[in-house]
Design a protein around this ligand. Sequence first.
Ligand SMILES: *Cc1c(COP(=O)(O)O)cnc(C)c1O
Length: 430
Amino acid sequence: MVDPNQVAGLEACAANDSPDGCLYGTGLYKTGESAASVDDTFRGPTGTLEVPQRFLMGPGPGNANPRILAAQTLPLLGHMHPPFLAIMDEIQAGLRYLFQTSSNYTLLASGTGHAGMEMAVANLLEPGDTVLVGVNGIWGERVADMAERFGAKVVALHTEAGTALSLADLTAAVELHRPALLFLTQGESSTGVRQSLAGVGELCRRNGALLLVDAVASLGGVPLFADAWQIDAVYSGSQKCLSAPPGAAPLMLNERAMAKVRGRSSKVRSYYFDLLLVGDYWGWYGSRSYHHTGMVSMWYAVREALAIVSEEGLEAGWARHDAAHRQLWEGLIQLGLEPFVAEERDRLATVNTIKVPAGVDWAALCKHAMDVYAVEVSGGLGPTAGKVWRVGLMGYNAKPANVELVLAAFRSGLALQGFTGGVSAAAASA
Ligand SMILES: *Cc1c(COP(=O)(O)O)cnc(C)c1O
């Protein structure tokens, strides 16, 4: 309730040039600090926010499913209220389905995909551990950087951008270096490569290593079976194939990975990401305690995203992504464009890399797509910068109409630059 005396005091203050005259009677400065005048230089913003509608067909974020955005407008609950804890339980169950695991240890890290990455690295590596990092794009490079910061000895296993690591090379490297952990990126979104995980889990078991997989750009879009493939830890992100806004990172650890966490001889060097603490908020150890406030509306979004995944079914979702990928390439090849990833089996359905033909200005095409079609098509990243376009077909966006729109943007953008792809101009414009 507003105290009328206080309001009167404030009005008197506003009319008074000397702020010190306002020190008494309002309660605002009862702590003894002196009053200064408020600097209005940067006052604002004001008015209701408006943003343009765009088709986010780059490597992420993709467009959010409207049903997920609607879930975020539901009223907040307290982060320890039983109805909210029940939502967290639903999320954990939905994540078990999504990761195809029976592990008790699933949660959402508070943050984007990098939060899942950093949580995994911080907890699964101790200073002095050797980590073997598969590098075929920027994600391996980042994990190597993070692992080094947490005191691990990093051995990088490189393969050319646009190719996947072979099981033979992985086997030789694991047997030589005997790492505590092997890291691979299932969907390398900087190069458009889908890394096969066939045989990798077994290789790690035989050699006493943990297997950590980055599935940020692939989870929900291409098959992943954490238990059957013996993946010990895997993380993802909310804004790619789950079609939620960015801000939550699904994470799973199995018993082997948890044994490592429990058996650490040193504390995890990150408080915020310590799984012994965060896991206790998610009920991993049989109780619940506050660690940091659950990201209430964000968790609603992921709950809804997981419901959408469950209603469609994983196999139907994977098939839908594959169909969109095929539709895209059929159209791109007709336009005379070529895939950056030479081997068909290594092409990632969810993030497609397209070679920029000689003489074509990739950035001008992106600008055209945005200006005329409100379609985001991205350029390359890291090793592919300037060499490719990247088209994301993820979650809600992996559907025929969106693919057609991307193809229309390429068709007209290339025509404007006089590129006919070796096809006659008449055929190209047909
Ligand atoms: C997008 C992406 C990330 C990083 O996710 P952020 O949400 O940007 O933190 C990590 N790995 C892969 C493979 C990605 O595609």
